[in-house]
Design a protein around this ligand. Structure first.
Ligand code: FAD
Ligand code: 2HG
Ligand code: ZN
Length: 454
């Protein structure tokens, strides 16, 4: 079960009854009000199968108005709600903790418009990231966001977690790429912040509150605006790294994974991608970079993808790590921002703390200073956990890093926020939360510490 975080059900929340179900059926039609056991198990279980809730109801609205009506009713009845996208989140934020109603955005998956001149895309929150990527690719544009979970995660979930991913280095975070948002507040109010202007300094820019708010302030709905950039510029688009433990895991657990440098196992691998407007000059630059780095003994070996198939087989080695870790057994995940020069010290210290009890794996977005420290064990074990935490948080805090670079706080780290934020800042966040969601029905027990909310 969701063992590692102990919270109590808030007794203020009502329990779902038949009348509630009938009311939702009236809004959504019976087939979008789901009580089927199998579908509920899926909605109650996170991607890692680590967090499990016991919700009895899954709602699938098709319009913003329906989301608004759902929330208005839940707020009135004091029924707690979990907004859910593709359910690929890694911090236990996307599933109920107890019996919260799950509101899934999956049925809101239309691309509404795309303007080729400005590169502005408008779509519903439930659009699957991979569908947006291929839509834009067909139009000759690039989506500024890409991540391993692209086949399942939704743009609304990406915005709500402020997902970083594999292209942040080149295109920056969603705070820069999202031009507007439509969101529904806890009481059902629809906030239209969908301006397609690039410049608009009229008051507070409220959309930024919703980017990275992990479903705790509102539900992002229709028409997210997303800037897609043209394939231009001879610049680096990704700079990822993995250590030998990560490489070994992928090679052993993922079908189709092949080491392009098979002669010996190296301590570190980096995966570098460029996206320029002229393929042949890109290739020349990369070749020269590779040769130069080998001559200067910065690297000991390297390989250049010769075609798109080879490139995706390189990417599999990096993107496949979370999947390989899942297959290897239990996993403790830490998503940290740490100054690059100190980043690997933590991995090594963790290895010496845990000895042979665990496989400590380091990989991540080197170009962004983002380490994914994963500790893999045969099964979950409280003794091992007590060796890892609070050490990992204290270490990160001591080095002025962040305990959540890109995955958010969710349930896993709601009570750990003070390692990265001052009490004063948390107080302001709590005031905002209380203002926008006075009954705390939106994603309870997540993001902010329970002690600060009740
Ligand atoms: P969910 O998991 O369903 O939800 C995540 C959070 O957002 C929850 O708190 C939920 O309540 C809230 N939420 C979802 N939709 C909405 C909405 N419409 N309105 C309001 N709140 C909402 N993350 C990175 O940053 N970079 C990576 O490179 C990366 N790679 C990943 C690779 C794999 C294999 C996996 C499994 C995950 C990865 N992640 C990565 C984690 C990342 O947070 C998610 O994959 C993604 O951004 C979440 O989208 P989702 O639609 O699955 O949201
Ligand atoms: C990635 O970069 C994801 O692959 C997942 O953010 C990281 O599972 C992890 O720790
Ligand atoms: Zn990542």
């Amino acid at each position: 079960g969701s063992a590692s975080v102990l919270v109590q059900r808030n007794p203020k929340f009502s329990k779902l009854n038949d009348e509630d179900v009938r009311y939702f059926e009236g809004i959504l039609g019976a087939k979008n009000v789901i009580q089927d056991d199998e579908k509920l198990i899926t909605a109650n279980t996170d991607w890692m199968r680590k967090y499990k809730g016991s919700s009895k109801l899954l709602l699938q609205p098709r319009t913003t108005d329906q989301v608004s009506e759902i929330l208005k009713y839940c707020n009135f009845r004091c029924l707690a709600v979990v907004p859910q996208g593709g359910n690929t989140g890694l911090v236990g934020g996307s599933v109920p903790v107890f019996d919260e109603v799950v509101v899934s955005l999956s049925a809101m998956s239309k691309i509404i418009s795309f303007d080729k001149v400005s590169g502005i895309l408008v779509c519903e929150a439930g659009c699957i990231l991979e569908n947006i990527i291929s839509f834009l690719d067909n139009e000759g544009f690039i989506m500024p966001l890409d991540l391993g979970a692209k086949g399942s995660c939704q743009i609304g979930g990406n915005v709500s977690t402020n997902a970083g991913g594999l292209r942040l280095l080149r295109y920056g975070s969603l705070h820069g790429n999202v031009l507007g948002i439509e969101a529904v507040l806890a009481d059902g109010t629809v906030l239209d912040m969908l301006k397609t202007l690039r410049k608009d300094n009229t008051g507070y820019d409220l959309k930024h509150l919703f980017i990275g708010s992990e479903g705790s302030l509102g539900i992002v709905t229709k028409k997210l605006l997303q800037e897609a950039r043209r394939k231009l510029g001879e610049i680096l688009s990704a700079f990822e790294f993995l250590d030998s433990n990560a490489m070994n895991l992928v090679l052993n657990h993922l079908e189709g994974a092949r080491n392009p440098l098979p002669t010996s196992l190296h301590n570190f691998y980096v995966l570098i991608e460029t996206t320029g407007s002229d393929e042949s000059s890109d290739k020349q630059k990369l070749e020269a970079f590779l040769l130069g780095s080998m001559e200067n003994e910065l690297i000991s070996d390297g390989a250049l993808a010769q075609d798109i198939n080879q490139a995706s087989s390189f990417w599999l080695l990096r993107e496949g790590i979370p999947e390989a870790l899942m297959r290897a057994g239990a996993v403790y995940k830490y998503d940290l921002s740490i100054p690059v020069e100190k980043m690997y010290n933590l991995v090594e210290e963790m290895r010496s703390r845990l000895g042979n009890d665990a496989n400590v794996v380091g990989y991540g977005h080197l170009g962004d200073g983002n380490l994914h420290l994963n500790v893999s064990t045969p099964q979950y074990d409280d003794k091992i956990l007590s060796q890892i935490e609070p050490f990992v948080y204290e270490w990160t805090s001591k080095h002025h890093g962040s305990i959540s670079a890109e995955h958010g706080l969710g349930l896993m780290k709601a009570n750990k926020i003070f390692y990265s934020k001052s009490p004063e800042t948390v107080k302001v966040m709590t005031s905002i939360k209380k203002l926008l969601d006075p009954n705390h029905i939106l994603n309870p027990y997540k993001v902010l510490p329970c002690s600060s909310i009740s």
